[in-house]
Design a protein around this ligand. Structure first.
Ligand code: AMP
Ligand code: GLY
Length: 432
């Protein structure tokens, strides 16, 4: 069978790489893909279709008799690509536009969690700046200010002082706040109680009713070592995350995941797709939901899929058809750890066009997933940077420490001008 993967990041490279391993998959198309998916002779690139042109993508899927389309990023999901494919009778895996609001609208997600008793930070939503300013004066810092709309991980300010909080409100309530796609009704901010604890990424596969949890993972959101510097889309991840003990896992399923899937179905917007709960786990092991995403995490997917032994195609096919009950997942017992190499100037203004050298051949225990890369020419020339997060160097090891060593050993052979990466990915799991 033929499959189509929509997206261009490291997550989509990993999804495509994993789908290739299925005995039932004959060809994997990626639209638009990146330098890494283009350089891989086993993958096919959909050319001549703009990534936002869903009608053209559906035409392609129809013409090529694609058995399953997998949507990687939140943008197309929030814009309704699944609804369009379904309306045309094409099999697609991902949430509908209405279900994707769990991620695309913080206000929707918060109201949903409140309605269904799902543990999360207390919050209030504002369109009026004066009311928002008064609210934080009342509550004090630390406090969290979020833009309501998709902002690629950059629409959140964890303010440690009231000055920072006031400035964030003013910035986010501007009609054209930098990098934020406002939802209908214009600019809105969500102001949240600050949650203390350790974060983890908890991702499940859903068919609208049944749920299968993937291996746990932990991301590193800050740009610099020791969790300093600005927030990014994620600078590295590893799986499993020891903070999610069996007891915490059971609480997350019972208090967060099952009520969410049941709540969405009850509200008439059943969730089919990957549901990603960003968790904050406090010192007592009590999990709270920081946010929902309606897709796999990037870079979490890269280590998670390196550990997945089951056939991803089979699973997604079953999920898309509502047949997940009874499905099971097999995992490599080792730890997988991925380190992101980002471009000079990321996250504010990534520089493009830096030449990348030293990319290694694929190995059984190490894989370099591409994100913001491009090939210099159609003939396959060199690889250059073409986005903020450039590569995710991912390796398996018998412990976090060994996976970390192996990932950095591979990373140290790769060069491009201005490369930024952290040296401490996995540090929380190593300290334990
Ligand atoms: P979000 O986009 O909602 O995931 O927020 C981005 C990051 O901000 C999260 O990964 C957390 O590190 C931090 N954050 C968001 N909300 C809170 C909160 N209520 N308390 C503490 N940290 C938060
Ligand atoms: N790594 C965080 C995310 O994918 O949202």
């Amino acid at each position: 069978m033929k499959v189509l993967v929509i997206g261009s990041g490291g997550r989509e490279h990993a999804i495509a790489w994993k789908l290739l391993q299925s005995a039932r998959v004959q060809q994997v198309f990626v639209a638009p893909g990146n330098g890494g998916t283009r350089a891989d002779a086993r993958l096919s690139t959909v050319s001549g279709v703009a990534s936002g042109d869903f009608t053209a993508l559906a035409d392609f899927a129809q013409a090529e008799k694609i058995a399953l389309t997998v949507v990687g990023p939140e943008g197309p999901l929030a814009a309704g690509v699944v609804d369009l494919f379904r309306a045309r009778g094409l099999r697609v895996f991902g949430p509908t536009q209405a279900a994707a609001q769990l991620e695309s609208s913080k206000a929707f997600a918060k109201a949903f969690m409140q309605r269904h008793g799902i543990p999360t930070a207390a919050h209030a939503t504002f369109t009026d700046a004066a009311a928002a300013h008064a609210h934080i004066e009342l509550h004090g810092a630390p406090i969290v200010i979020k833009a309501d709309g998709l902002a690629a991980g950059k629409g959140v300010v964890v303010a440690t002082t009231l000055e920072q909080a006031h400035a964030a409100i003013d910035a986010m309530l501007q009609p054209h706040a930098a990098g934020v796609m406002h939802n209908e009704g214009g600019a809105r901010v969500v102001i949240e109680e600050f949650l203390a604890g350790e974060e983890a990424s908890f991702i499940v596969l859903c068919d609208g009713k049944n749920v299968l949890s993937l291996a746990t993972s932990q991301d590193h959101k800050r740009l610099l070592d020791h969790d300093e510097g600005p927030n990014t889309g994620g600078m590295g991840a590893y799986s499993p995350a020891p903070v999610v003990t069996p007891n915490v896992h059971a609480r997350v399923m019972q208090d967060i995941i099952h009520p969410t899937i049941a709540g969405m179905a009850k509200d008439g917007v059943p969730f089919t797709g990957f549901l990603y709960a960003g968790l904050m786990i406090d010192a007592q092991g009590q999990p709270r939901t920081v946010e929902f995403n309606c897709r796999l995490g990037d870079p979490e997917t890269q280590p998670i899929l390196m550990r997945l032994k089951s056939d991803l195609f089979e699973l997604l096919l079953r999920a898309a058809d509502g047949r997940l009950d009874g499905a099971e997942l097999q995992w490599d017992r080792r730890t997988a750890l991925g380190v992101v190499m980002a471009a000079h100037g990321y996250p504010q203004a990534p520089r493009l066009g830096d030449r990348i050298t030293g990319l290694p051949a694929e190995a059984a225990d190490a894989m370099v997933f591409h994100a913001g890369t491009a090939l210099e020419d159609a003939a396959g020339g060199g690889t250059v940077t073409a986005g903020g997060r450039v590569l995710c160097v991912t390796a398996l090891g018998d412990s976090v420490k060994l996976a970390q060593q192996r990932a950095y050993e591979v990373l140290d052979g790769i060069r491009f001008n201005g490369a930024q990466f952290r040296r401490d990915i996995g540090h929380r799991a190593i300290k334990r």
